[in-house]
Ligand binder design. Structure first.
Ligand SMILES: Nc1ccccc1C(=O)C[C@H](N)C(=O)O
Ligand SMILES: [Zn+2]
Ligand SMILES: [Zn+2]
Length: 214
């Protein structure tokens, strides 16, 4: 019986720290001490201020549809399981259906659009996903779409067509992933949102784990 070798874990999350790039005008990340050890307290405790869309995060349907489920209500199964990482670098402004490879039946698809993730600066020109691509994914049974960009839609979108295509297909969304150096292929995705009641999104600790040898 071969020893169970440790399956490689790839952390695809942004570090949450002051200055982490956020959507223009959105809440900046901040962390403040509430109690400090040595000042009459036996422990250190701090408080966080951050946008629900900070770093690697999961949008709730509530983000793009009034009255739709919040992030505490979504079923967790979409955020846990086999996924396909697709190299979508060089696709231009929109990842289109013609850019899709054979999905090999994957239920979760993550798009890499950056050569190098912009950890220190907001990228207003980030790639987005064409609504027709989302419709093509849904037609193939995809339940979750993820990407390294900060939004499925272009920054200047006022109609949020990609998010509305996700709503129509009831797909789940991950944005702000860090896919630098992740080879295209199949992995196990683990990226569970926090149960924030009323939340329009939640930061996630997103990881990929190599699949055991078939
Ligand atoms: N923080 C925001 C505030 C307003 C509008 C968009 C954002 C975004 O961060 C984009 C978002 N992640 C999205 O799901 O499109
Ligand atoms: Zn978002
Ligand atoms: Zn979004």
């Amino acid at each position: 019986m071969a020893a169970d070798r440790q399956l490689q874990i790839i952390d695809i999350s942004q570090k949450l720290r002051p200055g982490v790039p956020v959507w223009p005008g959105d809440t900046e990340f901040a962390q403040a001490g509430t109690w400090q050890m040595g000042e009459g307290s036996p422990v250190n405790v701090s408080a966080l201020t951050l946008s629900t869309h900070t770093g690697a995060h999961a949008d709730a349907p509530l983000h793009y549809a009034e009255g739709a489920p919040d992030i505490a209500s979504v079923d967790l199964s979409a955020y846990l399981g086999e996924c396909l990482v697709v190299d979508a670098r060089g696709c231009g402004e929109l990842v289109r259906p013609e850019h899709l490879p054979d999905l090999q039946g994957a239920a979760r698809v993550l798009f890499r659009t950056y050569d190098q993730f912009p950890h220190e600066a907001w990228d207003a020109q980030h790639s987005a996903i064409a609504p027709s691509t989302i419709e093509a994914l849904a037609a193939q049974g995809v339940v979750l779409i993820g990407m390294d960009g900060p939004s499925l839609d272009p920054q200047d979108s006022k109609t949020m067509d990609a998010h509305l295509a996700v709503l129509a297909a009831d797909m789940r969304v991950l944005e702000g992933l860090v896919l630098d150096g992740v080879a295209p292929g199949r992995y196990e995705l683990i990226a569970l949102p926090l149960p924030i009641v009323g939340g329009d999104a939640s930061p996630v600790r997103a990881i990929l784990r190599e699949l055991p040898d078939a």
